[in-house]
Design a protein. Sequence first.
Length: 173
Amino acid sequence: MGMDVYGKNAQSKAGEYFRNNVWSWHPLWDYCTERHDDVIEDHEGLGSSNDGFSLDEDQALTLANRLFDDIENGDTEKYRIRYYEDLSDLPRTDCEHCNVTGIRDDQVGVAHGMPNRELDEATAILVGRTHGWCNACQGVGTREPWQASYDFSVENVNDFAGFCMNSGGFEIW
């Protein structure tokens, strides 16, 4: 699933269409609304859904200029660093696929040979066994929290700013 963002009155090909999967869109939109809430005014979080939230041409241009300024003055990179620091502080979660054992022995696991799979040396040292694996936690019994699946990058902000600059306003579907 992803977010399809369409320019209302594109000034160039760059302003016709912008797409992110949900794993990249949500952090991008969060960044935009946190940093530039006075331009976006998305207090209900509608830009995080496929319901047609829109900005007019003036709002899109203002957002584009502000995003480019953020990149230029280093604020976007600082945000990116903080974003990943915050993610690294989140505790790992128990793996529900192997019941925290690191060995997936349910129907799926057995069908794919996971209980008998040999572990790589580093994992074997970490968990104290040589066999038994889980595809969800790589055999350790815990995994990163789901929030760690969301990616934030300066390049994505730059691409979105370029889209906004050329979109003539946009709608999110």
